[in-house]
Write a protein that binds this ligand. Structure first.
Ligand code: MG
Length: 212
């Protein structure tokens, strides 16, 4: 079942190699932004490239599903508030991200948040998770959570000190080195070592997802 979050909280520049590949420094604190839930699509549904959006990139990420309402959670308690782990693709219109400054449009198009099957978080050690992204079957990104600047537990704690997290909310923990563009006809897959995966064809045409 696809998660139905009230909000999707994303983390930028959380792997040093990825920050460097786009010419950015690693932030001193987690850099967070929001994606709208209307961007969600499930495994197999198309990612739609908007016309005139310029370069559109995949960003394979480890996604966390919040299990219960929480705020000001200590890092040592953080994982007990995570109920699920999902493969997530933080699809990004890279040219618009640069030209807008604010990231809402570039990250917020319909279909720009594919999310895979939910794996029970209680069976997962977050530090051991590995994320792999493939385009047309070819590996483009591979990293494990130990390479993150801020760990999954730290991120849950940090974000919960900014905003109340509700059951079902999603956290996207950032993408590693190796981002790149996709075009209509490509197939992108993000897979986690815990068994969650999401695979989506890239299509052109109408950017608004079909009503559901
Ligand atoms: Mg991202």
């Amino acid at each position: 079942m696809t998660p139905a979050p009230g909000k999707i909280v994303c983390v930028g520049r959380n792997y040093a190699d990825h920050a460097a590949e786009l010419g950015n420094d690693v932030p001193a604190e987690p850099l967070i932004f929001l994606k709208p839930p209307s961007a969600l699509v499930a495994d197999g549904e198309p990612i739609r490239v908007p016309p005139d959006a310029g370069r559109v990139d995949y960003e394979g990420e480890i996604g966390l599903v919040i299990g219960n309402r929480c705020r000001r959670v200590a890092e040592s308690e953080a994982w007990s508030h995570v109920s699920g782990v999902v493969a997530l693709n933080d699809v990004t219109a890279r040219d618009l991200q640069r030209s807008d400054g604010q990231w809402t449009r570039s990250k917020g198009f319909d279909t720009f948040c594919p999310v895979g099957n939910v794996v029970d978080a209680s069976a997962v050690l977050p530090e051991r998770l590995t994320v792999t992204t493939r385009v047309n079957g070819e590996v483009r990104q591979r990293a494990d959570a130990s390479q993150m600047v801020f760990s999954p537990r730290h991120l849950v704690s940090f974000i919960s000190h900014v905003m109340t997290l509700e059951a079902g909310d999603l956290i996207a923990t950032g993408t590693p080195e190796g981002v790149g563009p996709v075009s209509p006809g490509d197939v992108v897959e993000v897979a986690l070592s815990c068994g969650s995966a999401v695979r989506n064809p890239v299509e052109g045409g109408d950017t608004l997802a079909p009503d559901r």
